[in-house]
Design a protein around this ligand. Structure first.
Ligand SMILES: [Cu+2]
Length: 160
């Protein structure tokens, strides 16, 4: 996070300093927004870019310490938004893909109860063909993602 390098030059891109894993894939800004209510799913966001040949197809994202994850997309229809399962996300040289609040995201279920804001966890992206990229993801407090306010809808089933 020390240097913010914006690669705006498209015509002559040098080979990126790719980490281990899938050649040409870079994952940045990975973060996990912890649920406001323990037991609810966490939301995972990151930015994906690809400088390899052809395309790379992201098929799954695993979070260390979560029992299960799902990729979702947010679909708006007639002014309302809902989430759909996202089977895969395709990236190529021309289009970076952002998993961000209000759009594509990963939900992680049954988090390790010791997960707390300020910590880190390991995020593993699994691509078609079996290539994987593992990055550190920052664990962030709820409220960092303004579009996911879980304040409504809690009054339906009062519990003793
Ligand atoms: Cu979702």
């Amino acid at each position: 996070m020390a240097a913010l390098a914006l690669a705006a030059c498209q015509q002559h891109a040098p080979a990126p300093a790719a980490p281990e894993g899938t050649p040409g894939v870079s994952v940045t800004n990975a973060r996990v927004i912890l649920p406001a209510v323990r037991g609810n799913p966490a939301a995972i966001y990151f930015d994906l870019a690809y400088t390899g040949t052809g395309q790379a197809v992201l098929e799954a994202v695993d979070l260390a310490g979560a029992a299960k994850t799902e990729m979702h997309d947010t679909v708006s229809a007639g002014g309302a938004a809902h989430m759909d399962t996202l089977p895969s996300a395709v990236i190529d040289r021309t289009a970076a893909v952002h998993f961000a609040p209000g759009g594509k995201h990963v939900m992680a279920f049954d988090l390790d109860p010791s997960s707390s804001a300020g910590g880190k966890s390991e995020l593993t992206l699994v691509f078609k063909g079996g290539d994987k990229v593992t990055v550190a993801a920052a664990l962030e407090a709820p409220g960092s993602a303004p579009t996911m306010a879980p304040m409504a809808g809690m009054s339906e089933s009062p519990k003793p």
